[in-house]
Design a protein around this ligand. Structure first.
Ligand SMILES: C[S@@+](CC[C@H](N)C(=O)[O-])C[C@H]1O[C@@H](n2cnc3c(N)ncnc32)[C@H](O)[C@@H]1O
Length: 212
């Protein structure tokens, strides 16, 4: 894992996500420098990957962490009867709510993953795609991972491991092992690679033993 010395302040991170929420289309949640067709094709593959892992878990309840504009929320909603989608950016939550207007079993919460309330019983699965790479501080990441493990029995986690074009100051490259090390009771069930332009993400299905 790389070492960062100067991290943006919490208010700068929040302002950056407000700015991104005002961008057009998929550039709100994907690299603005990539062609639209590639973003759409990668989105279709990401939905397929998430759906494969959800079929393996067969969840009744699902938690989406960092739902953004709701790019993946309907896919998750097709596999669970109760979905809670969480994001720290109010405008993103609004967009996701609009994307799920015809899905009454999807609820929304405007919150940081670090502040997720304990959930009893735990969700069957949490889905977190390109979110924890934006939790820059290691202590905050550990808090976020503890909150996820306390809230869910499984985790579908997709994060960048390698970037061909260097990521900016609001993203941080970590390896799957870095996340497994701070997810309490984590057991890797399966991993695949997801390529987007020159970037490589891992897509992992992780069981989370109840560490409480
Ligand atoms: C790159 S977007 C990905 C959105 C969605 N998962 C997707 O794949 O389309 C990252 C999202 O995570 C949200 N986010 C970033 N840090 C967060 C945190 N600490 N807690 C909750 N949401 C966060 C941002 O507001 C943004 O909507």
């Amino acid at each position: 894992m790389d070492t960062l010395t100067h991290l943006p302040a919490a208010e700068d991170i929040a302002a950056e996500w407000d700015r991104r929420a005002a961008r057009p289309g998929l550039t709100r949640v994907m690299r603005a420098s990539q062609p639209t067709e590639l973003a759409e094709e990668t989105t279709a593959r990401t939905r397929g990957l998430v759906a494969d892992y959800l079929r393996a878990v067969a969840p009744a309840t699902a938690l989406e962490i960092g739902c953004g504009m709701g790019r993946l929320t309907p896919t998750i909603a097709a596999h669970a009867r109760d979905v809670l989608a969480v994001d720290m950016t109010a405008r993103m939550v609004e967009l996701a709510r609009a994307a799920c207007a015809d899905l009454p079993h999807v609820r929304f919460l405007h919150a940081k993953v670090q502040d997720l309330p304990r959930h009893a019983p735990r969700f069957d699965v949490a889905v977190c795609v390109w979110v924890l790479m934006h939790v820059l501080d290691d202590a905050e990441l550990a808090t976020a991972c503890q909150a996820i493990a306390a809230a869910s029995r499984h985790l579908v986690l997709v994060e960048y491991e390698h970037a061909e074009i260097p990521v900016g100051k609001y993203s941080r490259l970590r390896q799957l092992d870095d996340y497994l090390a701070v997810l309490p009771g984590a057991r890797l069930l399966e991993r695949r690679d997801l390529h987007y332009g020159g970037d490589r993400s891992f897509a992992a299905l992780i069981a989370l033993e109840d560490a409480r």
